[in-house]
Design a protein. Structure first.
Length: 70
């Protein structure tokens, strides 16, 4: 099963990561998997506040998700 985790960064963008985990995965585990993936990359620093992340299963996305394509 796949989950999507959106992390807000200091540049004002949300970086969305796909995390493969079981249906009963803990939200905190999903958050940290995405955060560490982001932190290892070249992108601006993401917020490490759990409450600022949006987490959802693929196929059940939030209505207010904005997609940026560059």
């Amino acid at each position: 099963m796949s989950w999507l985790v959106a992390l807000p960064a200091l540049d004002g963008r949300d970086y969305v990561y796909r995390v493969h985990a079981p249906r009963d995965a803990l939200p905190a585990d999903l958050f940290w998997a995405a955060f560490h993936c982001h932190d290892d990359g070249p992108h601006p620093r993401a917020s490490d506040r759990f409450d600022s992340a949006r987490i959802w299963r693929t196929g059940t996305g939030p209505a207010d998700l904005t997609v940026h394509q560059y």
